[in-house]
Design a protein around this ligand. Structure first.
Ligand SMILES: Cc1ncc(COP(=O)(O)O)c(C=O)c1O
Length: 296
């Protein structure tokens, strides 16, 4: 047995986007493989800001002697307090956020993977509205044994993100009839690749749905601050739903709050994807927190 069954299953996961991405990265960084150069159009790198962000990062980065030693893998209390303040300011959590609700990871992708390691079992399925960010197949599936059940929720005749609850239910029932056990769902808000935000009504609909079926609801809010409706004039603005974090809604009124998880990361809003920083925010699930402490 050269590798485990788990790893063999992982190798079978298909993600054309990730495969193309990894290939392009290797070409970009190994010029002998690609003497003509390559322009990667498949990933959200903020190259226009690169020099500015680099200068700012250099200015801010300060390494202290303690950083050489082991630290808390989930992030130091100081780091998590800083991020608690950030999330409190920008996500308006309705239930006060504590620093120990926040777990640091090596990127949002790794946060999702870590989360699925502790919320789902091998063989479970995760509902994901389509079209979806192509690396979710890896993030959700690598080493977890969890598979994605894609579902199209948006009506093609409407240029909105409005979620039809009946359609949501139909997809769930279809999965059931195919013998697929749904235990989770990912909601990307703001959406990637659709580039829009879900309305408060839609988020509540998702929470009700999650509650009805007792499934974990993972909100990927990595693009939280990358919305521009505030820059539009009033007429256009009316058409756009602003970003609203699930943390700002009274989600306890809709669902067992232990089923609600939020993921964030610095790759997009902060344009520093090479730094590999992500967060899991979990307010009400004690066993999950204990499991995250052990696996961080
Ligand atoms: C919706 C979404 N979630 C997660 C990620 C992964 O982010 P990270 O670079 O922090 O792993 C991305 C990256 O493009 C994304 O678009």
């Amino acid at each position: 047995m050269p590798i485990s069954k788990r790893a063999t299953e992982t190798l079978a996961i298909q993600s054309p986007m990730m495969e193309a991405f990894l290939e392009s990265i290797s070409k970009l960084y190994e010029p002998e493989l690609n003497p003509t150069g390559a322009l990667n159009l498949g990933v959200a790198h903020n190259d226009l800001l690169q020099q500015k962000v680099f200068e700012k990062a250099q200015e801010c980065l300060l390494i202290t002697p303690e950083d050489i030693n082991y630290g808390a893998a989930e992030g130091s209390p100081r780091l998590r307090q800083i991020w608690r303040d950030f999330f409190t300011r920008h996500f308006n959590p309705i239930y006060p956020l504590q620093w120990h609700d926040i777990f640091t990871q090596t990127g949002a992708g790794a946060s999702i993977n870590q989360l699925f390691m502790v919320i789902c079992d091998p063989g479970d399925y995760c509902l994901v509205p389509t079209p979806y960010y192509g690396a979710f197949d890896y993030d959700v599936g690598v080493n977890t044994g969890v598979k994605i059940f894609p579902m199209h929720l948006h009506r093609p005749d409407l240029n909105t993100m409005t979620v039809d609850p009946d359609l949501l239910e139909t997809h769930y029932q279809r999965a059931q009839s195919e013998g697929k056990k749904i235990t989770s769902m990912i909601v990307t808000n703001p959406e990637n690749p659709l580039g829009r935000c879900y309305s408060v009504a839609d988020i509540k609909e998702f929470l009700r749905f999650g509650s009805r079926h007792q499934i974990h609801m993972v909100f990927d809010e990595i693009y939280a601050l990358s919305t521009y409706s505030q820059l539009l004039d009033n007429e256009e603005k009316k058409k756009e739903d602003p970003f609203v974090s699930v943390l700002s809604l009274p989600y306890k009124d809709f669902i067992d709050p232990a089923l609600v998880h939020v993921v964030y990361g610095l790759s997009k809003d902060f344009a520093i994807n090479g730094f590999r920083v992500g967060f899991i925010i979990d307010q009400f699930n004690k066993p999950l927190k204990s499991a995250l402490y052990r696996s961080a």
